[in-house]
Design a protein around this ligand. Structure first.
Ligand SMILES: [Fe+2]
Ligand SMILES: [Fe+2]
Length: 357
């Protein structure tokens, strides 16, 4: 039978690779994925994972009146700096913001390994309805493990962390990387936010919150990665336009199963009834919607307030700038005007509690 009709898969199946003719080697390191007989890049661990996710999505759409859960696309603000601004800085010889951004992306990708440590309470303990043959039922049977390996590498094989650092080092000719970049990323992660649904118990809320935060990071990252590919492919500002942009293109194609499986399992939760620690019922949709709203607020705060301030600070601190005010005027003239949708206009610039996983 066609495998799309199957709903149960083994861990080994969800981790299985499409056969490739040639591996992806980056700076002497074998990375995941590879090239098929036609020279086409094939993302890792997608032989069964992709059709499995599609089958679970179709099942959800057949059995629930609601569409798949998603991060609202109208909340995706433009990248700061945008493509024109990033190129302006690089042309002026100011590489720090680009080096920092690419390093941060690599670090955050590496944090993806943590998803395999995320405890999943027994599904029957907090979900009223059946979960057999769902994506939820496969979180600890391949889905989290595949995600962790894609992001952080696995054994001797490099993943996105290594691929981003390679793209950075190729495009910007092995730049000096300030060690405090890692510390800064760690500091911004902050403490876990206050529980929104204490009646669910911490492990259940943590699971749902974590998956929503990762989905939000993945969805916003898609626009950041498109931005990076566009900047790094320009020979006027990139020292390795083909190699660096190619790597980012491979990474982008690997990300699609992450967004798809997280959206699927969150849809499955949203379509079900959650059980509180006191045995009461709580709508899964209510919990998922509220936590998505909070994740969007945190991401918007980071992108609209924190990041622009950080980029300006980097421009002011860059060694090569002679006239900071003049450069900032040119930088600002290239900005992409954008306002959050009406429902997020109230977004006050207050410190976000956590923007990490
Ligand atoms: Fe990634
Ligand atoms: Fe990802």
């Amino acid at each position: 039978m066609p495998h799309e009709s199957r709903l149960t898969f083994s861990s080994d199946e969800l981790l299985a690779n499409v056969p490739v003719k040639r591996p992806l080697i980056v700076q002497g390191v074998k990375c995941h994925g590879g090239f098929d007989a036609d020279g086409r890049y094939r993302s890792p661990r997608t032989l069964w994972r992709v059709p499995a996710i599609r089958a679970w999505q179709e099942q959800h759409l057949r059995t629930s009146p609601d569409p798949l859960v998603e991060i609202p696309l109208d909340t995706i603000s433009p990248q700061v700096p945008n493509v024109a601004q990033a190129k302006l800085l690089l042309r002026e010889g100011i590489r720090e913001p680009m080096v920092r951004q690419l390093t941060e992306i690599g670090i955050v990708e590496g944090f993806g390994a943590m998803i395999r440590e995320l405890p999943v309470p027994p599904l029957k303990s907090f979900i009223r309805e059946d979960t057999a043959g769902t994506g939820l039922d496969h979180l600890t049977r391949g889905l989290f493990e595949a995600h962790a390996r894609d992001e952080a590498g696995w054994s001797e094989e490099g993943g996105h962390r290594q691929m981003w650092f390679a793209a950075r080092d190729a495009a910007l000719s092995n730049p000096e990387v300030a060690p405090e970049i890692f510390t800064n990323v760690m500091m911004r992660r902050g403490n876990p936010p206050q529980p929104m649904f204490p009646e669910l118990g911490e492990p259940v809320e943590r699971l749902v919150r974590f998956m929503i935060n990762v989905l939000a990071i993945e969805v916003y990252a898609a626009s950041t990665f498109a931005w990076a590919e566009e900047v790094l492919s320009d020979p006027a500002v990139s020292d390795a336009p083909e190699e660096a942009a190619g790597l980012v293109r491979f990474i982008r194609s690997d990300e699609s199963p992450h967004v798809e499986y997280l959206s699927t399992v969150l849809s499955e939760i949203s379509a079900r009834t959650l059980i509180t620690t006191g045995g009461k019922e709580l709508s899964g949709k209510h919990v998922v919607d509220k936590l998505i709203d909070r994740a969007v607020r945190m991401m918007l705060h980071q992108r609209l307030v924190e990041r622009p301030a950080m980029v300006r600070e980097q421009i002011r601190g860059a060694a090569k700038v002679k006239d900071v005010a003049e450069l900032l005027t040119r930088f600002d003239a290239l900005a992409t005007p954008w306002n959050p949708p009406e429902r997020y206009r109230d977004l006050a610039p207050q410190p976000a509690t956590s923007t990490g996983y």
